[in-house]
Write a protein that binds this ligand. Structure first.
Ligand code: UD1
Length: 327
Protein backbone atom coordinates (compact mmCIF):
# COMPACT_ATOMS: atom_id res chain seq x y z
CA UNK A 1 0.00 0.00 0.00
CA UNK A 2 1.27 3.47 -0.79
CA UNK A 3 0.78 6.50 1.41
CA UNK A 4 -0.26 9.99 0.35
CA UNK A 5 0.93 13.37 1.58
CA UNK A 6 -2.25 13.77 3.65
CA UNK A 7 -1.67 10.53 5.53
CA UNK A 8 1.30 12.03 7.33
CA UNK A 9 -0.92 14.54 9.11
CA UNK A 10 -3.54 12.13 10.37
CA UNK A 11 -3.79 11.66 14.10
CA UNK A 12 -5.34 8.29 14.94
CA UNK A 13 -6.62 6.66 18.12
CA UNK A 14 -6.04 2.91 18.30
CA UNK A 15 -7.85 1.10 21.11
CA UNK A 16 -6.29 -2.28 21.86
CA UNK A 17 -2.87 -0.95 20.79
CA UNK A 18 -1.07 -3.47 23.03
CA UNK A 19 -2.92 -6.38 21.43
CA UNK A 20 -1.96 -8.67 18.57
CA UNK A 21 -3.63 -6.78 15.68
CA UNK A 22 -3.73 -3.34 17.35
CA UNK A 23 0.04 -3.28 17.83
CA UNK A 24 0.64 -4.08 14.14
CA UNK A 25 -1.82 -1.38 13.11
CA UNK A 26 -0.21 1.23 15.39
CA UNK A 27 3.25 0.34 14.08
CA UNK A 28 2.14 0.67 10.44
CA UNK A 29 0.36 3.98 11.04
CA UNK A 30 3.54 5.36 12.62
CA UNK A 31 5.59 4.15 9.65
CA UNK A 32 3.23 6.11 7.35
CA UNK A 33 3.97 9.24 9.38
CA UNK A 34 0.66 9.32 11.29
CA UNK A 35 0.51 10.26 14.94
CA UNK A 36 -0.92 7.46 17.06
CA UNK A 37 -2.66 7.56 20.42
CA UNK A 38 -2.68 4.04 21.82
CA UNK A 39 -5.21 2.93 24.43
CA UNK A 40 -5.19 -0.39 26.25
CA UNK A 41 -6.06 -1.75 29.69
CA UNK A 42 -3.75 -4.78 29.33
CA UNK A 43 -6.60 -7.21 29.95
CA UNK A 44 -5.21 -9.28 27.08
CA UNK A 45 -2.49 -7.17 25.44
CA UNK A 46 1.06 -6.59 26.72
CA UNK A 47 3.84 -3.96 26.62
CA UNK A 48 6.09 -6.36 24.76
CA UNK A 49 3.80 -6.06 21.70
CA UNK A 50 4.53 -2.31 21.57
CA UNK A 51 8.28 -2.56 22.15
CA UNK A 52 9.07 -1.99 18.44
CA UNK A 53 7.46 1.46 18.42
CA UNK A 54 6.57 2.64 21.95
CA UNK A 55 9.46 5.13 22.04
CA UNK A 56 8.70 6.73 18.68
CA UNK A 57 7.93 10.46 19.02
CA UNK A 58 4.62 10.13 17.16
CA UNK A 59 3.26 7.64 19.67
CA UNK A 60 1.53 8.35 22.96
CA UNK A 61 -0.10 5.81 25.20
CA UNK A 62 -2.92 5.88 27.76
CA UNK A 63 -3.63 2.93 30.01
CA UNK A 64 -7.40 2.89 30.45
CA UNK A 65 -10.52 0.91 29.69
CA UNK A 66 -12.71 1.61 26.68
CA UNK A 67 -15.67 1.61 29.06
CA UNK A 68 -14.45 4.91 30.65
CA UNK A 69 -17.19 7.51 30.04
CA UNK A 70 -16.17 10.40 27.79
CA UNK A 71 -12.98 8.66 26.67
CA UNK A 72 -12.80 10.19 23.18
CA UNK A 73 -13.64 13.69 24.43
CA UNK A 74 -10.81 13.40 26.94
CA UNK A 75 -8.44 12.19 24.22
CA UNK A 76 -9.53 15.06 21.96
CA UNK A 77 -8.74 17.53 24.71
CA UNK A 78 -5.25 16.12 25.09
CA UNK A 79 -4.75 15.56 21.34
CA UNK A 80 -6.86 18.14 19.44
CA UNK A 81 -5.83 16.73 16.02
CA UNK A 82 -7.34 13.26 16.66
CA UNK A 83 -9.57 12.58 13.64
CA UNK A 84 -9.79 8.85 13.21
CA UNK A 85 -10.59 6.08 15.69
CA UNK A 86 -9.70 2.41 15.18
CA UNK A 87 -11.59 0.48 17.83
CA UNK A 88 -10.02 -2.95 18.37
CA UNK A 89 -10.09 -3.33 22.16
CA UNK A 90 -12.48 -6.10 23.25
CA UNK A 91 -13.03 -9.15 25.38
CA UNK A 92 -11.58 -11.63 22.90
CA UNK A 93 -12.04 -14.98 24.61
CA UNK A 94 -15.18 -16.78 23.45
CA UNK A 95 -15.30 -19.13 26.50
CA UNK A 96 -14.92 -16.11 28.80
CA UNK A 97 -17.83 -14.45 26.98
CA UNK A 98 -19.99 -17.52 27.64
CA UNK A 99 -19.22 -17.29 31.36
CA UNK A 100 -19.61 -13.48 31.47
CA UNK A 101 -22.34 -12.56 28.96
CA UNK A 102 -23.27 -9.22 30.54
CA UNK A 103 -19.71 -7.97 30.84
CA UNK A 104 -19.09 -9.04 27.22
CA UNK A 105 -22.15 -7.12 26.00
CA UNK A 106 -20.98 -4.09 27.99
CA UNK A 107 -17.42 -4.09 26.62
CA UNK A 108 -17.80 -5.52 23.12
CA UNK A 109 -21.08 -3.84 22.20
CA UNK A 110 -22.19 -0.96 24.45
CA UNK A 111 -18.71 0.56 24.86
CA UNK A 112 -18.17 0.36 21.08
CA UNK A 113 -21.47 2.11 20.36
CA UNK A 114 -20.71 4.83 22.97
CA UNK A 115 -17.32 5.48 21.38
CA UNK A 116 -18.94 5.62 17.94
CA UNK A 117 -21.49 8.21 19.13
CA UNK A 118 -18.74 10.26 20.73
CA UNK A 119 -16.68 10.12 17.52
CA UNK A 120 -19.72 11.36 15.56
CA UNK A 121 -20.33 14.24 17.99
CA UNK A 122 -16.67 15.25 18.00
CA UNK A 123 -16.59 15.34 14.17
CA UNK A 124 -14.18 12.42 13.69
CA UNK A 125 -13.58 11.56 10.04
CA UNK A 126 -13.72 7.79 10.48
CA UNK A 127 -14.56 5.14 13.08
CA UNK A 128 -13.28 1.69 12.13
CA UNK A 129 -14.43 -1.29 14.17
CA UNK A 130 -12.96 -4.77 14.60
CA UNK A 131 -15.83 -7.15 13.84
CA UNK A 132 -15.49 -10.92 13.63
CA UNK A 133 -16.44 -13.94 11.56
CA UNK A 134 -18.21 -15.03 14.77
CA UNK A 135 -20.97 -12.65 13.66
CA UNK A 136 -22.07 -15.36 11.18
CA UNK A 137 -22.74 -17.92 13.95
CA UNK A 138 -23.18 -21.38 12.45
CA UNK A 139 -24.59 -20.17 9.12
CA UNK A 140 -24.01 -23.02 6.67
CA UNK A 141 -24.38 -20.93 3.49
CA UNK A 142 -20.80 -20.90 2.25
CA UNK A 143 -18.88 -18.88 1.28
CA UNK A 144 -20.09 -16.23 3.73
CA UNK A 145 -21.40 -12.93 2.37
CA UNK A 146 -21.78 -9.81 4.49
CA UNK A 147 -25.59 -9.80 4.20
CA UNK A 148 -25.92 -13.30 5.72
CA UNK A 149 -25.38 -12.02 9.27
CA UNK A 150 -28.67 -10.64 10.57
CA UNK A 151 -30.89 -10.29 13.63
CA UNK A 152 -31.98 -13.88 12.96
CA UNK A 153 -28.45 -15.36 13.00
CA UNK A 154 -28.01 -18.00 15.67
CA UNK A 155 -24.88 -16.71 17.37
CA UNK A 156 -22.87 -19.35 19.17
CA UNK A 157 -21.58 -17.07 21.93
CA UNK A 158 -22.22 -13.70 23.59
CA UNK A 159 -18.99 -12.64 21.86
CA UNK A 160 -20.48 -13.29 18.39
CA UNK A 161 -23.75 -11.59 19.31
CA UNK A 162 -22.06 -8.51 20.81
CA UNK A 163 -19.76 -8.12 17.80
CA UNK A 164 -22.73 -8.45 15.42
CA UNK A 165 -24.77 -5.76 17.22
CA UNK A 166 -21.82 -3.37 17.41
CA UNK A 167 -20.89 -3.92 13.73
CA UNK A 168 -24.49 -3.20 12.70
CA UNK A 169 -24.47 0.10 14.63
CA UNK A 170 -21.07 1.09 13.20
CA UNK A 171 -22.07 0.20 9.63
CA UNK A 172 -25.16 2.39 9.81
CA UNK A 173 -23.18 5.47 10.90
CA UNK A 174 -22.02 7.98 8.27
CA UNK A 175 -18.44 7.66 9.60
CA UNK A 176 -18.45 3.92 10.42
CA UNK A 177 -16.73 0.93 8.83
CA UNK A 178 -16.92 -2.51 10.47
CA UNK A 179 -14.38 -5.11 9.36
CA UNK A 180 -15.52 -8.68 9.81
CA UNK A 181 -12.17 -10.41 10.16
CA UNK A 182 -11.81 -14.16 9.63
CA UNK A 183 -9.02 -16.22 11.25
CA UNK A 184 -6.15 -13.75 11.68
CA UNK A 185 -2.65 -15.08 12.30
CA UNK A 186 0.92 -13.79 12.42
CA UNK A 187 3.72 -12.58 14.70
CA UNK A 188 2.71 -11.53 18.27
CA UNK A 189 -0.27 -13.89 18.47
CA UNK A 190 -0.07 -15.52 21.87
CA UNK A 191 0.07 -19.34 21.75
CA UNK A 192 -0.19 -19.59 25.53
CA UNK A 193 -3.85 -20.34 26.13
CA UNK A 194 -5.92 -23.39 25.12
CA UNK A 195 -8.17 -20.91 23.30
CA UNK A 196 -5.38 -19.36 21.22
CA UNK A 197 -5.71 -19.48 17.46
CA UNK A 198 -4.76 -22.80 15.88
CA UNK A 199 -1.81 -21.32 13.94
CA UNK A 200 -0.08 -19.87 16.99
CA UNK A 201 -0.59 -23.21 18.76
CA UNK A 202 0.68 -25.31 15.85
CA UNK A 203 3.75 -23.10 15.30
CA UNK A 204 4.57 -23.49 18.97
CA UNK A 205 4.15 -27.27 18.73
CA UNK A 206 6.35 -27.39 15.60
CA UNK A 207 9.16 -25.46 17.32
CA UNK A 208 8.97 -27.77 20.33
CA UNK A 209 9.00 -30.77 17.94
CA UNK A 210 5.70 -31.98 19.37
CA UNK A 211 2.84 -33.55 17.37
CA UNK A 212 0.03 -31.28 16.24
CA UNK A 213 -3.14 -31.77 18.29
CA UNK A 214 -5.89 -31.94 15.66
CA UNK A 215 -9.42 -31.87 17.02
CA UNK A 216 -11.62 -34.34 15.10
CA UNK A 217 -10.66 -35.50 11.59
CA UNK A 218 -8.87 -32.25 10.71
CA UNK A 219 -10.94 -31.78 7.55
CA UNK A 220 -12.72 -28.76 9.03
CA UNK A 221 -11.69 -25.59 7.22
CA UNK A 222 -10.97 -21.96 8.01
CA UNK A 223 -10.12 -18.79 6.09
CA UNK A 224 -6.68 -17.79 7.46
CA UNK A 225 -5.69 -14.18 6.80
CA UNK A 226 -2.25 -12.76 7.59
CA UNK A 227 -2.05 -9.84 10.00
CA UNK A 228 -0.35 -7.42 7.53
CA UNK A 229 -3.26 -7.95 5.10
CA UNK A 230 -5.65 -7.14 7.93
CA UNK A 231 -3.70 -3.95 8.67
CA UNK A 232 -4.02 -3.02 4.96
CA UNK A 233 -7.78 -3.48 5.30
CA UNK A 234 -7.88 -1.09 8.27
CA UNK A 235 -5.98 1.52 6.24
CA UNK A 236 -8.42 1.12 3.33
CA UNK A 237 -11.35 1.49 5.71
CA UNK A 238 -9.94 4.76 6.99
CA UNK A 239 -8.90 6.14 3.60
CA UNK A 240 -5.22 5.95 4.54
CA UNK A 241 -4.14 3.49 1.86
CA UNK A 242 -3.68 5.99 -0.94
CA UNK A 243 -6.92 4.77 -2.57
CA UNK A 244 -10.49 6.00 -2.04
CA UNK A 245 -11.74 5.24 1.48
CA UNK A 246 -14.25 2.40 1.79
CA UNK A 247 -17.77 3.83 2.08
CA UNK A 248 -19.47 3.28 5.47
CA UNK A 249 -20.66 -0.31 5.87
CA UNK A 250 -19.54 -3.77 6.89
CA UNK A 251 -16.87 -5.71 4.99
CA UNK A 252 -15.43 -9.21 5.21
CA UNK A 253 -11.67 -9.42 5.67
CA UNK A 254 -10.51 -12.84 4.54
CA UNK A 255 -8.75 -14.55 1.66
CA UNK A 256 -11.75 -16.40 0.21
CA UNK A 257 -9.67 -19.58 0.45
CA UNK A 258 -10.59 -22.47 2.75
CA UNK A 259 -7.69 -24.39 4.33
CA UNK A 260 -8.24 -27.61 6.24
CA UNK A 261 -6.53 -28.09 9.59
CA UNK A 262 -4.58 -31.08 8.22
CA UNK A 263 -3.39 -28.99 5.24
CA UNK A 264 -2.37 -26.28 7.72
CA UNK A 265 -0.30 -28.77 9.75
CA UNK A 266 1.38 -30.00 6.56
CA UNK A 267 2.15 -26.47 5.37
CA UNK A 268 3.75 -25.52 8.71
CA UNK A 269 5.85 -28.68 8.58
CA UNK A 270 6.92 -27.93 5.00
CA UNK A 271 8.03 -24.44 6.13
CA UNK A 272 9.96 -26.11 8.96
CA UNK A 273 11.37 -28.82 6.63
CA UNK A 274 9.90 -31.66 8.71
CA UNK A 275 7.25 -34.35 8.34
CA UNK A 276 3.94 -33.50 10.04
CA UNK A 277 3.12 -35.69 13.04
CA UNK A 278 -0.54 -35.45 13.90
CA UNK A 279 -2.33 -36.58 17.05
CA UNK A 280 -6.09 -36.72 16.60
CA UNK A 281 -8.11 -35.66 19.65
CA UNK A 282 -11.90 -35.59 20.07
CA UNK A 283 -13.76 -32.85 18.24
CA UNK A 284 -13.95 -29.56 20.17
CA UNK A 285 -17.42 -28.85 21.55
CA UNK A 286 -19.22 -26.05 19.71
CA UNK A 287 -16.75 -25.98 16.79
CA UNK A 288 -18.14 -24.90 13.45
CA UNK A 289 -17.21 -27.19 10.54
CA UNK A 290 -16.37 -24.75 7.76
CA UNK A 291 -15.84 -21.03 7.52
CA UNK A 292 -14.75 -19.06 4.46
CA UNK A 293 -15.40 -15.51 3.31
CA UNK A 294 -16.44 -13.81 0.13
CA UNK A 295 -13.86 -11.02 0.35
CA UNK A 296 -14.80 -9.07 -2.79
CA UNK A 297 -16.86 -6.25 -1.22
CA UNK A 298 -13.81 -4.48 0.22
CA UNK A 299 -11.95 -4.96 -3.06
CA UNK A 300 -14.79 -3.33 -5.00
CA UNK A 301 -15.13 -0.54 -2.43
CA UNK A 302 -11.49 0.35 -1.80
CA UNK A 303 -9.21 -1.95 -3.81
CA UNK A 304 -8.26 -4.20 -0.87
CA UNK A 305 -7.41 -7.84 -1.25
CA UNK A 306 -5.25 -10.23 0.71
CA UNK A 307 -1.77 -10.58 -0.78
CA UNK A 308 0.21 -12.82 1.55
CA UNK A 309 0.02 -16.56 0.77
CA UNK A 310 -0.42 -18.99 3.64
CA UNK A 311 3.12 -20.36 3.11
CA UNK A 312 4.68 -16.88 3.20
CA UNK A 313 2.62 -15.79 6.20
CA UNK A 314 3.59 -18.98 8.03
CA UNK A 315 7.28 -18.42 7.23
CA UNK A 316 7.11 -15.00 8.87
CA UNK A 317 5.18 -16.34 11.84
CA UNK A 318 7.60 -19.22 12.41
CA UNK A 319 10.60 -16.93 12.13
CA UNK A 320 9.08 -14.53 14.67
CA UNK A 321 8.20 -17.39 17.04
CA UNK A 322 11.82 -18.63 16.89
CA UNK A 323 13.14 -15.23 17.96
CA UNK A 324 10.39 -14.67 20.54
CA UNK A 325 11.05 -18.10 22.03
CA UNK A 326 14.76 -17.43 22.37
CA UNK A 327 14.24 -14.17 24.33
C1 UD1 B 1 -12.31 -18.44 15.82
C2 UD1 B 1 -12.13 -17.65 17.08
C3 UD1 B 1 -13.38 -17.64 17.85
C4 UD1 B 1 -14.56 -17.22 16.99
C5 UD1 B 1 -14.62 -18.05 15.72
C6 UD1 B 1 -15.71 -17.48 14.83
C7 UD1 B 1 -9.82 -17.75 17.81
C8 UD1 B 1 -8.83 -18.39 18.71
N1 UD1 B 1 -11.06 -18.23 17.87
O1 UD1 B 1 -12.53 -19.77 16.22
O2 UD1 B 1 -13.22 -16.72 18.87
O3 UD1 B 1 -15.76 -17.43 17.65
O4 UD1 B 1 -13.39 -17.96 15.07
O5 UD1 B 1 -15.58 -17.79 13.52
O6 UD1 B 1 -9.52 -16.84 17.10
N2 UD1 B 1 -7.89 -26.76 16.23
C9 UD1 B 1 -7.21 -27.95 16.28
N3 UD1 B 1 -6.18 -28.06 17.19
C10 UD1 B 1 -5.82 -27.05 18.04
C11 UD1 B 1 -6.53 -25.82 17.97
C12 UD1 B 1 -7.56 -25.73 17.06
O7 UD1 B 1 -7.50 -28.89 15.55
O8 UD1 B 1 -4.88 -27.25 18.81
C13 UD1 B 1 -8.97 -26.61 15.24
C14 UD1 B 1 -10.28 -26.25 15.89
O9 UD1 B 1 -10.98 -27.37 16.29
C15 UD1 B 1 -10.98 -25.49 14.76
C16 UD1 B 1 -9.83 -24.89 13.95
O10 UD1 B 1 -8.66 -25.54 14.39
O11 UD1 B 1 -11.69 -26.39 13.95
C17 UD1 B 1 -9.65 -23.40 14.17
O12 UD1 B 1 -9.61 -23.17 15.56
P1 UD1 B 1 -9.35 -21.70 16.18
O13 UD1 B 1 -8.06 -21.18 15.73
O14 UD1 B 1 -9.58 -21.80 17.63
O15 UD1 B 1 -10.43 -20.76 15.49
P2 UD1 B 1 -12.02 -20.91 15.31
O16 UD1 B 1 -12.54 -22.18 15.79
O17 UD1 B 1 -12.30 -20.57 13.89
Amino acid sequence: MTSTANDANTCCIVTGAAGFVGSHLAERLLSLGCRVIGIDDFSSGCWENMSAFEKQPGFSFHECSVTSPGLLAEMRERHPAAACCFHLAAIVSVPYSVEHPEETMEVDCHAAVSLLREAEELGFRRFVFAGSAAEYGDDGRLPLREEYASEKTRHLSPYGRAKYLASAAVASSRIGVALRCFNIYGPRQDPGSPYSGVISRFVDMALQERSYTVFGDGMQTRDFVFVSDVVDAYLCAAGLSGAVPAPPGVYNVGTGRATSIVELAETISAVEGRRARIEHLPERAGDIRHSVSVPEALERAAGWRSRVSLADGLKETVSWARTAGSR
